[in-house]
Design a protein around this ligand. Structure first.
Ligand code: C2E
Ligand code: MG
Ligand code: MG
Length: 763
């Protein structure tokens, strides 16, 4: 930098000397040259010099601006008392505050390497990927374990938010850590502090003896209040006797009501306070002109001689204790991103309220809400927009509490409300509808409006459970058992438990269904959006129940998954689909790909690859004829095993599809990270695409990312031409849905394929 400055200075001086020389030369040799031409040249040179200087200045200003932002962020981090670090998303720089350095045994000026230190704090052994960073920003209550040099392992919860994105596109992230051991000690510490405050009575007595303390005496019938010298210094008073209005002027406006009530009670009931010690805590303007917290610990007594009543006590500055308490409360009970209470606080409040319900005979509503597809919005629009959305949602919730109630963020995008039950059974739904309406007015990143929805589940307290914990669980259960539709609202009912009993009956029948050959595969075509050709078939299972009903997989697959029957069902599907493919090949139908659906239990079986190979071998089919559909929730279960297993299948030549993309905790990073050959956009995207810009944006992004990774895209549940057109425009390659063909029996499928070959079907 210095070097550059010298160079520029040298250029400027050089040009100045040259210009001066030219002007002098022109002046003394007017006859030889053209004066005007030379002067013009001199000015041109001057302009060049000015340009160089301006460009240099602009560079410097930009550099200064960058340095300023950096300094501001560093200052912010350093001033946090909790362990914190500021790091950039390319993991090239990191700043640890003193608290974190102390925690990790890193000396104050010790050089650190961001690439080593940042992953270490998040318990990672390898370098951080974009997906890791996204996961860290999304995971709000995840525990990370790390072992600092020379000390025992620690479990931390990191709250990470994006604080600044520079013009260079680098995002700075602030991670504030909470040592779990600290949190667990927090409550007991809070108690100790409270005790310490009450123990300050002894301290008062001692300080009175030492006399260097603020004393305040109020005598019955005397409008003046006596103040000690120390007290006068504390509050900048000019005399040792002041009036109540004079002292009131110094009190913080919000505390004035407490003060008035107190004075009034004292005046009318002073006698009741005889020999009782009490405390009044207020914020008062100090001599330095700042409001500080003071504790007035007093008792009433009578003058021995006159028998007149007098209230007297000491005033001490408790600002530091108050700040410490507030800070502890904040860390233990406040959600860092939204500033509203967290799950700990909700559990505490909820349990207290639950205890009171039996005595007070009142009841409450416990509502749990979840922002639909928050993870996708977070990934598509960025963390900063995700955090902003969480804050907006918290804002919306808090607004519902005007008539009393309690709101908290309980995890990721889950929020809870406790509302007083006023006897109106429709209250929860009304409040939820209000939140949903308010949410529609919020903007996310560049995408404004109309598209944000949330789902909710609720339960009544104390009727719906025998502890607050149970009731919250039941509300969460209602939320998860609500329909998959966006914005679904469900109330917890005991019938939700009856469902479990119904399922167990079905389970025992399902055992027999296998041996009685009641299961049958249907096939649904997948077509190219460009050419209309059939590109594959999805095998979908049906249960021909002895009652004559055809039971859909949505009903019995979840039951089979719970009872391990799924392994036998998947085996049947695998062999039967391969057998059918061979039959069609032998009939001379064109080769196509059949896809089968896998459950997580299937996928995690040790020898699954060998089993698939056996099925293919038995019918002499090439592995390229088979595709396996996995859901994203499966990928989430154990990411390392998932990746390993997927690579094994891909190496064997088997295709892999990510099914129902967008329904659960989908993350665009799965497409980037996992070796899928095709992504299947869930049906809900197709139905909502028409009037939801967020969904449109997501579909575009998925298609774009997939294309870059050479992964195909298919949309499920296409029912109309308009949907097909929008998908085509969004860059989606294939489609599956009633528009092209419903799931059909093997025989109907055969006819369908033949018809499509003879062009009887036009898409
Ligand atoms: P999936 O794999 O996402 O299958 C797509 C589902 O959407 C099928 O429902 C299909 O009939 C339905 N569908 C297709 N096009 C349309 C459309 O245009 N409109 C509407 N409304 N629906 C459409 P299905 O057959 O009831 O299967 C439901 C789910 O059950 C499947 O979802 C899959 O997850 C599971 N499943 C089906 N067969 C098997 C199986 O053999 N093994 C396992 N583990 N799961 C299976
Ligand atoms: Mg499927
Ligand atoms: Mg699907």
């Amino acid at each position: 930098m210095k070097h550059k400055n010298h160079l520029i200075a040298a250029v400027v001086i050089g040009f100045a000397l040259l210009t001066g020389y030219l002007i002098l030369y022109a002046f003394f040799h007017r006859e030889k040259g053209d004066l005007i031409f030379i002067i013009f040249n001199s000015y041109a040179l001057l302009a060049v010099v000015l340009c160089v200087v301006m460009v240099h200045r602009r560079d410097r200003n930009e550099q200064l601006k960058k340095e300023l932002t950096h300094k501001r962020l560093t200052y912010l981090t350093q001033n946090l008392t909790a362990p914190a670090m500021l790091w950039n998303d390319s993991v090239t720089e990191v700043i640890l505050n003193d608290a974190l350095r102390e925690l990790a045994n890193i000396r104050k000026h010790e050089e650190i390497n961001a690439k080593e230190i940042v992953p270490m704090f998040f318990g990672k052994k390898e370098a951080m990927t974009d997906a890791d960073i996204r996961e860290i920003v999304n995971a709000k209550n995840h525990e990370y374990s790390f072992t600092a040099r020379g000390s025992a392992p620690r479990n931390m919860i990191w709250n990470t938010s994006a604080v600044e994105t520079g013009e260079d596109g680098v995002t700075w992230l602030l991670s504030i850590g909470m040592d779990l051991a600290d949190i667990r000690n927090m409550e007991s510490k809070l108690k100790i502090y409270t005790n310490r405050l009450s123990a300050s009575e002894d301290r008062h007595n001692l300080t009175i003896e030492l006399m260097d303390v603020g004393l305040l005496l109020i005598e019955q019938g005397n409008p003046k209040i006596f103040t000690s010298e120390k007290l006068q210094k504390m509050f900048g008073l000019r005399s040792n006797s002041i009036t109540v209005p004079e002292i009131r002027k110094l009190i913080y406006p919000l505390d004035a009501v407490a003060f008035d009530t107190h004075v009034q009670t004292m005046r009318s009931h002073m006698k009741h306070f005889i020999d009782k010690t009490d405390t009044l805590e207020l914020r008062i303007c100090s001599a330095e002109g700042q409001y500080r917290w003071y504790s007035y610990r007093y008792r009433a007594t009578t003058y021995k001689e006159s028998g007149r009543l007098v209230v007297g006590g000491t005033v001490i500055d408790i600002t530091e204790e108050k700040q410490r308490d507030a800070k502890m409360e904040k860390i233990a009970y406040e959600d860092m991103v939204t500033g509203i209470p967290n799950r700990n606080k909700l559990m505490r409040m909820g349990s207290e309220l639950y205890e009171c319900t039996s005595e007070l005979h009142n009841s409450y509503w416990v509502i749990v809400m979840d922002i639909d597809r928050f993870h996708l919005i977070n990934d598509t629009c960025g963390y900063a927009a995700g955090n902003a959305l969480l804050r907006s949602f918290a804002d919306v919730l808090v607004k519902q509490l005007s008539q009393g109630g309690f709101g908290a963020r309980i995890s990721g995008d889950n929020f809870a409300l406790i509302l007083r039950d006023t006897g109106d059974d429709s209250l929860p739904e009304k409040i939820i509808a209000k939140v949903q309406r308010a949410l529609l007015t919020k903007a996310v990143g560049d995408l404004s409006n109309r598209s944000l929805t949330c789902s909710a589940g609720y339960a009544r307290m104390p009727a719906d459970g025998d502890s607050f914990e149970h009731i919250l669980e039941h509300a969460e259960f209602a939320l998860s058992s609500g329909s998959n539709a966006l914005g679904s609202v469900s109330r917890y009912t005991p019938a939700m438990h009856d469902q479990i009993i119904h399922d167990s009956n079905l389970e025992s029948q399902l055992h027999e269904a296998l041996s009685r050959n009641e299961l049958e595969l249907y096939y649904q075509p997948k077509v190219s959006l460009e050419t209309g050709e059939i590109v594959g078939l999805e095998a979908l299972i049906r249960w021909n129940h002895p009652s004559g009903k055809v039971i859909s997989p949505g009903v019995f697959i979840p039951i089979a998954e719970r009872s391990q029957l799924i392994t036998q069902i998947t085996r049947f599907v695998m062999y039967d689909a391969c057998r059918q493919m061979k039959v069609w090949q032998t009939m001379g139908l064109p080769d196509t790909v059949v896809s089968i659906n896998f459950s997580s239990t299937d996928f995690y079986q040790e020898n699954i690859c060998a089993q698939i190979q056996n099925a293919l071998d038995k019918y002499g089919l090439a592995p390229s004829c088979l595709e396996i559909e996995l859901t994203e929730s499966l990928a989430l279960m154990d990411i390392d095993t998932t990746i390993e297993r997927m690579h094994e299948l891909r190496r064997a030549g088997i295709k892999l599809a990510m099914d129902d993309f967008g329904t659960g905790y989908s993350s665009l990073s799965y497409i980037e990270q996992l070796p899928f050959s095709i992504v299947k956009l869930d049906r809900s995207f197709v139905t909502e695409m028409h009037d939801n810009p967020v969904v449109q944006e997501i579909v575009h992004s998925v298609a774009r990312i997939a294309k870059a990774k050479q992964i195909h895209t298919i949309a499920e549940g296409v029912e109309t031409d308009e949907q097909a057109q929008m998908l085509r425009a969004a860059g989606c390659e294939y489609a599956q849905g009633y528009l092209y063909g419903r799931p059909m029996t093997a025989r109907q499928t055969e006819k369908f394929i033949r018809d499509s070959l003879t062009n009887k079907i036009v898409y």
